[in-house]
Design a protein around this ligand. Structure first.
Ligand SMILES: [Zn+2]
Ligand SMILES: [Zn+2]
Length: 277
């Protein structure tokens, strides 16, 4: 599997508008962070799975040369994670007559119907994106078909974002958690044994709705992934080049456009390797 980070910044992005701090004025491209999103490509030559669709989606996709995606999984409905939904229109007509699948919690589905009602109307205006909302629940695995005849099991995981329960996702050997402030014990359990973990780490100081760096490192210690990548950074995390030096050996700061390879789950190498046992 291959993961491409489309964005690694918090809700304001980095640089933050009207800020003159050393991070916001840095000339290092690693310090330029669009809003948080990623594409997981389960198989070479097959379409990817979009993880969240923030307001920078269009810019991010053009920057990556518009890779093929066949569906999206959403973590929650805050603007920085779904603000680019309308820009999915070129993807929502990839298969004629088929709507673009969005996997999300029931509350997120309700929010989307309210935010972009014209996408769900009985007689939609020609050209508006058409979505197939597929409601998923924490700890209930589902089969996600990312290409005709090619599917993988995905496990939604609950994390708490301030007071809001939201979703992270485990895809076989890989898990993606963003916007968590608390990772409940059941999710810690479900993350054990994962090869690669992506997890949010806003800044050094505590925050009411996001893990800070030391809390994110605690989750990594408890779940013991082979490698962990931090994302959803505020400018307050400091310079990327400084942050790199402060982290344990198997923990890395993600940056926009960075790609990582996730090995197939060895336990699954018995003929049907894209399915969890
Ligand atoms: Zn966010
Ligand atoms: Zn700044």
């Amino acid at each position: 599997m291959k993961l491409t980070f489309l964005g690694t910044g918090t809700s304001t992005g980095v640089p933050q508008m009207r800020c003159n701090c050393n991070v916001c004025t840095s000339s290092d491209s690693h310090d330029k962070r669009l809003r948080c999103s990623a594409i997981l490509q389960p198989e070479e030559g097959k379409p990817g799975i979009l993880i969240d669709c923030g307001p920078d989606f269009r810019t991010q996709m053009l920057r990556e040369d518009c890779p093929d995606i066949s569906c999206a999984v959403l973590t929650h409905s805050h603007y920085d994670h779904v603000g680019g939904i309308d820009d999915l229109r070129p993807y929502s007509y990839a298969v004629p007559g088929e709507h673009f699948p969005l996997y999300c919690r029931a509350d997120v589905a309700a929010d989307l119907r309210a935010r972009v009602p014209y996408c769900f109307s009985e007689a939609p205006y020609p050209g508006v994106p058409q979505f197939d909302l597929r409601v998923v629940e924490p700890y209930k695995p589902f089969m996600l078909e990312y290409a005709p005849g090619h599917s993988m099991e995905v496990l939604p995981l609950e994390v708490i974002h301030g007071r809001l329960p939201i979703l992270g996702y485990r895809f076989g050997n890989f898990a993606y958690i963003t916007d968590a402030s608390v990772v409940p014990p059941a999710t810690i359990e479900a993350l054990r044994g994962v090869d690669t973990l992506v997890i949010n780490a806003l800044r050094h100081e505590p925050h009411f709705s996001h893990l800070n760096l030391s809390q994110a490192l605690d989750v990594i210690k408890l779940t013991e992934p082979r490698q962990a990548w931090l994302t959803h950074f505020s400018h307050q995390i400091g310079l990327h080049s400084e942050l790199e030096k402060q982290l344990p050996e198997n923990v890395f700061p993600a940056s926009d456009r960075r790609q990582i390879i996730i090995p197939d789950d060895k336990r699954l190498d018995n003929g049907n390797k894209n399915h969890l046992p």
